[in-house]
Design a protein around this ligand. Sequence first.
Ligand SMILES: Cc1cc2nc3c(=O)[nH]c(=O)nc-3n(C[C@H](O)[C@H](O)[C@H](O)COP(=O)(O)OP(=O)(O)OC[C@H]3O[C@@H](n4cnc5c(N)ncnc54)[C@H](O)[C@@H]3O)c2cc1C
Length: 486
Amino acid sequence: MTTMVATLRGAETTISDEDLEELRAAVRGDVLTPGDPGWAEMRPPYNAMHPGRPALVVRPTGTADVVAAITFARERQLLVAVRGGGHSIAGLSSVDGGMLLDLARMDGVEVDPLARTVHVQAGALVGDMDHETQAFGLVAPNGIVSDTGVAGLTLGGGEGWVRRKYGMAVDNLLSAQVVGADGHVRTASAESEPDLFWAIRGGGGNFGVVTSFTFRCHPVGPTVAFAGVFHPVEDAEDVYRRFRDWAESAPDEVSAMIGCTTLPPSEHTPPEVHNTPFVVTAAVHSGDPDAGMEVLGPLREIGTPLVDISGPLPYAGVQSAFDEFFRRGTLRSYWKSTYVEHLTDPIVDILVDRARNRPSARTFVIAFLMGGAINRVPVEETPYSERSANWMVSFDGNWEDPADDERVISWVRGAWGQVHELGTGTLYLNFTGVADEATTVGVESAFDKANLQRLEEIKAHYDPDNFFRLNNNITPASYDGRASAT
Ligand SMILES: Cc1cc2nc3c(=O)[nH]c(=O)nc-3n(C[C@H](O)[C@H](O)[C@H](O)COP(=O)(O)OP(=O)(O)OC[C@H]3O[C@@H](n4cnc5c(N)ncnc54)[C@H](O)[C@@H]3O)c2cc1C
């Protein structure tokens, strides 16, 4: 028996049973081919549009396994996908025919409460990290859905409910361990491999496999002030404007968003909104919960809501509030985001029109309030480059039937184009879908020009042959496009 695996050159190579045995002997984790026991139990990717069909899967238990897997793949020039949490909107959680390095078994999290840091293995999910940090009343800034991977989220920037007080995930990264294309393990921090450390704070999975992260934590929770107010979509015009007016002068403790969608009945949402298109305004105050509820008060006085579920809530509960609506493998997703300086009236008009005319029930039209601590970081400090916009607008196309692919995708592109031309010209790579686009889509717009040039130079140093290419791909400076295949 042999296994055929896709190569970097777009061909296939034969992996013999002896080769597989060699790999199995080198790793403590799993080495699986389709149909092996354990194959069906793997954590699937989120995006049903991109399930992937890997020919070979390695599920490492630690850095040593990652080194063995990367060395094995590199020697044979295999096409490799790296899966942290598997939530890639772009469909980069898997590969067709190649080798998948699935980090799901590496989900350890350890908090140092005295130093206020957390050490996280790269297969951990946001919920794994929150669970441990909240035991100490701490938070490491990350995302707002607990099932998302810490790794991909962080490598692309990472925005969540404490972003305006404490910044993006990348702004709180202290160090990471990285296995390079050469199989070497490096510690990336301000003192060690500073260029690599700079590059992974927004440059994605281009520079190697991150096996663990250490983040700075902040005292937040276990209870936080939360506002969640649902309005009929008919009131969108008034609600979007009044929310905008309130949000733009909110203190840094407040991270807020406004969104429109329709959700199926669930015990986690009030009956008033089941199967009813709604506009929701939502906010978290990261300070004292009672004082926070006062600050969020005006948000609750907008219009005549369908229902108001605001109140002090466990931070971990807020973090998992949306989970149920994003179950892995259930939705096809194509999202596009763009940053705007302000939610001007013309932009609000577009959002309201699009909110009322969504192409599928589960499509979201969202505006995230950004700014605060995020915008106090100099642009050159991290590759993640958007440090001036006050808002990120995201059109999140979600649907179930493949027959709707073209219709929803073209709606998302159209809506995005309308707002993008009124914005800063930048976008968020973590919210960038891929349908028939190349994986380089959005890369030029995501980064400041000087930052992109520096990323290309660092890529050329650490991965000159573009071995790590199934990501929001950064072309190595002077790259001639030919992988050095044997
Ligand atoms: C339902 C949902 C909610 C989301 N909410 C938020 C949010 O609140 N805030 C936010 O900022 N983003 C959010 N995102 C976007 C999310 O940040 C990106 O999709 C991110 O890429 C997911 O990371 P992952 O590890 O789960 O994904 P994966 O698919 O595992 O990885 C995504 C990319 O990162 C690379 N990668 C993953 N792990 C590693 C590693 N250890 N080393 C090197 N490269 C690696 C992969 O190769 C791939 O290119 C959300 C996405 C979804 C689907």
